[in-house]
Ligand binder design. Sequence first.
Ligand SMILES: *Cc1c(COP(=O)(O)O)cnc(C)c1O
Length: 355
Amino acid sequence: MTSICSYLRPDIASMAGYTPGEQPKVGEILKLNTNENPYPPSPAALEAIGSFATPRGAELLRRYPDPVGVDFCKAAAGALGVRPENIIIGNGSDDILTILTRAFVPQGGTIVSPTPSYLLYETLARLQGARFVTVPFTDNWQLPDPWPQRGASITFLPNPNSPSGTVLSLDSVRRLTEQLNGPLIIDEAYADFADGNALELVREGLPVVVTRTFSKGYGLAGLRFGFAVADPTLISHLVKVKDSYNCDAISLAAATAAISDQHWLLENRRLVLATRARLANELANLGFEVTPSHANFVWCRHPSHPAPPLYTALKNEGILVRLMHYPPHAPGLRITVGTEVGTSRLLAALARLVG
Ligand SMILES: *Cc1c(COP(=O)(O)O)cnc(C)c1O
């Protein structure tokens, strides 16, 4: 009998697929590998989720959710200083990146991103039957100027970048848009931990899309919610590409409550940035080369202790960090900023391992 798999698109059958960071069962494991927020989300978001376990909530759950999330778009527009028409909702920002790829990249088109950066962009290219081209960052994590890949169907720029945690100035991003003959997607998954963002470029009418997520700064990775900010006419085209009901009623209500609680966001940011400074400082004291971070993780290497055995030794102690290898560079560790207690546990383990 013929296997049903033999009917798959050959490029799908042979592709590797995106490998997310490991997700062990909650327990004694200290999880510092996927940049989740170490603190619980806004109480307002939790209350919104709880309100679904009521007769009124049951009625809302019986019906389909708002396909475009009008209430969320209003709340987000207020928080960000843009208009509700500038916003499209997504089931996580990865959904937004998929929608953008479907909308802009024809089969045989080209997706470009700097490297080392977010690994999902290559998966999106494979799924779309597109070419994937990378442009190396300079040695100090800047963009080469001139930019060598101007004709891409879409260019993805994570800012702040992962795994480096570095950030490009608004001027560098603007300079890139001036050189491209195509849309620039500025993936701002970590903008809540940085000092600036590129919303200004959307307001100026440049051909850019800014994407955001609730998984990092808002502490809601389990919820799956993200959004994009762009030109209103573009948004109306993107809405045609997305699944009609890509966001459920519970996540819409929670995300609306969370983005309306900017006080929680700023307080959480203050805590994470304080621990980030301590983590970077103490890693440097242990001899690590630490890249200055504008995100909720740090990227580091030790000159005399290679990253792979450090990763394994930490894992054996119940501490998960992310081991990343972007040849020709040596492998490095991307370590999420945890709580103060979690960070102390990590640093004590590393002190034993490299001391
Ligand atoms: C975490 C992350 C995302 C994905 O966020 P989700 O909303 O959880 O899908 C997108 N881009 C980058 C660079 C990220 O690190």
